[in-house]
Design a protein around this ligand. Structure first.
Ligand SMILES: O=C(O)CCC(=O)C(=O)O
Ligand SMILES: [Fe+2]
Length: 197
């Protein structure tokens, strides 16, 4: 497991670099410093075990949520992860490809990209006759590092669609909100501004 943690972190850094480049961010002022913060940042490993359920259509392993992270990498031993397709408002099953890793963007990357990338709402379903295991690795900046909109993506502060926040801000949010009741951290970060669509 220790080896997996180390290797999956390397994968996350390479993916983040590629995503940051795809946003055309400045290597010197943004990509290199942000990558360094990610290397020194938080890696939360959620090891989920979902036992068989006699009535899987009536229950969920994990309720719909988005991850607070920049990036989440999931390893699953069988299918069960579903993502919300916002264009059709329907759940789409992530196929189980043996040995493949599923990658999705979290709230902090939506913030950084000023909404160009969307944090994916997802949930875990159950099986009638088998146990499902998943390992979700959530990567973010350090506990008190603030993630805000990349300045290259907005020509003035009024165009920012999100306010900045840290991992600690997310923990504080969790302490007073129930994500099982549909409360989303990302919604608390959105700035209502006439200049925003
Ligand atoms: O079990 C899964 O596939 C998803 C796990 C997950 O979403 C999480 O731990 O945040
Ligand atoms: Fe998740």
């Amino acid at each position: 497991m220790g080896r997996y943690c180390e290797e999956v972190k390397k994968v996350s850094i390479e993916l983040m670099k590629a995503l940051l480049e795809s946003l055309n961010l400045n290597p010197k002022t943004t990509i290199i410093p942000l990558t360094k913060k990610l290397e020194d940042g938080m890696q939360v490993m959620a090891v989920n075990c979902y036992p068989p359920c006699p009535e899987p259509e009536l229950a969920l392993g994990l309720p719909p949520h988005s991850d607070y992270s920049c990036l989440t990498i999931v390893y699953q031993n069988c299918q069960g992860l579903e993502i919300m397709d916002s264009t059709t408002s329907s759940w789409k099953l992530v196929p189980h490809v043996p040995h493949a890793l599923q990658v999705h963007v979290g709230d902090h990357f939506e913030v950084l990209s000023n909404g160009l990338f969307k944090s994916i709402v997802h949930r875990a379903t159950l099986h009638r006759d088998r146990t499902r295991l998943s390992i979700a690795s959530l990567f973010s900046l350090g506990m008190d590092d603030k993630m805000g909109v990349a300045t290259e993506l907005v020509d003035d502060d009024d165009k920012k669609k999100y306010r900045e926040s840290s991992f600690r801000d997310f923990i504080d949010f969790l302490a007073s909100n129930d994500i099982a009741q549909g409360k989303n951290f990302i919604d608390t970060l959105k700035i209502q501004n006439n200049n925003n669509d």
